[in-house]
Design a binder for this molecule. Structure first.
Ligand code: MG
Length: 423
């Protein structure tokens, strides 16, 4: 039986969450800002139409915000996380298997569903059900591989005539869409590879699909060969498999107020380390190196500057929060200096590898942490469930103290005090 994957992706997700509890925002231009109200991370279509780019710093578009009366929101992750889990719960009821790919995206295995009726109709049903149960808009792409499903979803978003659903199971349609789509839209290709492909004369997705595999292998990694095969309808990425593993992972913040004391800065570093470790586990990887940095802001002549960074190796690769926390706090202690006003800190994990191919250190002490995988997966489940958090001693999980969130909407669905009132 030909496999069928669906990629369901919510439209302008953060903006749609904000609109959900504030219907007056419908059709008005909205943007959502990153932590500390720094950069634009989500835009409604109306805001896009006014030329507001993704990732632009908020202060650079002050005039546009004023001129077009654009509504500005601080990111409200309590709300987005909860709406996301409702979308995912709805999707789980509509497919035998799903892979939650990001906060607003999931792959569904719909193999065999075409014998029950048109796949396009089922895609519409998915959209309608999410609309009915949760209230946010989404697009659906259907295809025999995940890479093609991503492409189908891209088309469903881009072309209004599709009404939000593209069934790309037909090879003729696949070729047609691939011939008019730029190669940088392909899942896992990335900007750097797209530039390299461009230099090789490969500009459209169809050209990539027709690229000689040996040639691809000589210029790129094996992942590119798999991508080419996926574009030709061969499943190379099953559910829970992705084309490119990340090479490093960074978690850092600028503080809304300078930090001068040891304890709060150490807590911040622990928090970043714990979050990075969680993201590492989500990607199914382990890391071999941890880097910690702390720095003061831009200093005038009255203020002393200090910036330092330290990197440590793990005795054997791990994704255990406790191991990573221990290394991160030791590194922090080695660079901490009293008497400065710190503006930013961060933790970066690197030296990634596949947990199944870990080389153990012959001379290292055997791990005393028993059943760490089980413990970590329980912690991740609790923390990602949206109902509460558990954390390690060094962390300080309230994020509000280092974030500026001047335009935050209420946590409508997760805090009793914030429940919307109906008169
Ligand atoms: Mg989306």
């Amino acid at each position: 039986m030909t496999p069928v994957f669906a990629l369901v992706d919510c439209n302008n997700f953060y903006v749609s969450c904000e609109r959900l509890f504030n219907p007056s925002l419908k059709n008005s231009p909205i943007i959502v800002l990153s932590n500390n109200d720094g950069c634009v991370i989500a835009r409604s279509q109306e805001a896009k139409d006014f030329g507001i780019e993704m990732a632009v710093p908020a202060f650079k578009i002050k005039h546009l915000i004023k001129q077009h009366n654009i509504r500005v929101y601080s990111s409200n992750y309590a709300l987005y996380g909860d709406i996301s889990s409702r979308v995912m719960a709805t999707l789980e009821s509509m497919a035998p298997q799903i892979e939650i790919y990001s906060i607003d995206e999931a792959f569904l295995n719909l193999t065999g569903f075409s014998s029950l009726g048109s796949l396009e109709d089922y895609g519409q049903k998915i959209r309608q059900t999410i609309g009915q149960h949760v209230g946010v808009p989404a697009c659906v792409g259907l295809a025999p591989t995940k890479t093609l499903a991503k492409l189908a979803n891209h088309a469903a978003k881009k072309y209004a005539a599709t009404e939000g659903v593209v069934d790309l199971t037909n090879p003729e349609r696949q070729r047609k869409l691939m011939s008019i789509t730029s190669v940088d839209e392909v899942w896992g290709v990335g900007r750097k590879n797209a530039e390299k492909l461009d230099q090789l004369g490969i500009k459209t997705v169809l050209q990539l699909a027709q690229m000689n595999k040996a040639r691809a292998k000589s210029h790129f990694s094996i992942s590119m060969v798999k991508t080419i095969e996926e574009l030709n309808g061969l499943v190379r990425f099953a559910l829970d498999e992705s084309p490119a593993a990340k090479k490093q992972l960074m978690c850092s913040r600028s503080f809304s107020e300078r930090i001068t004391a040891y304890d709060p800065l150490r807590e911040a570093v622990c928090e970043f380390a714990a979050r990075a470790a969680e993201r590492l586990r989500n990607g199914g990887q382990v890391c071999g190196a941890v880097n910690v940095f702390i720095r003061t802001g831009i200093c005038d002549e009255n203020e002393r500057c200090y910036s330092n960074t330290a990197t440590g190796k793990l005795s054997s690769p791990s994704s255990d929060t406790r191991t990573i926390l221990k290394v991160a706090t030791d590194l922090f202690d080695s660079i901490w200096k009293e008497g400065y006003r710190y503006a930013k800190a961060g933790v970066m994990l690197g030296d990634f590898c596949d947990p199944n191919k870990v080389q153990l250190d012959l001379f290292a002490e055997p791990s005393t942490q028993i059943n760490d995988e089980g413990l970590m997966s329980v912690i991740d489940k609790i923390n990602q469930g949206g109902r509460g958090k558990v954390w390690f001693g060094g962390q300080r999980p309230q994020e509000d103290w280092f974030m500026k969130r001047a335009h935050l909407s209420p946590a409508y669905t997760t805090r009793w005090d914030d429940l919307p009132n109906v008169n």
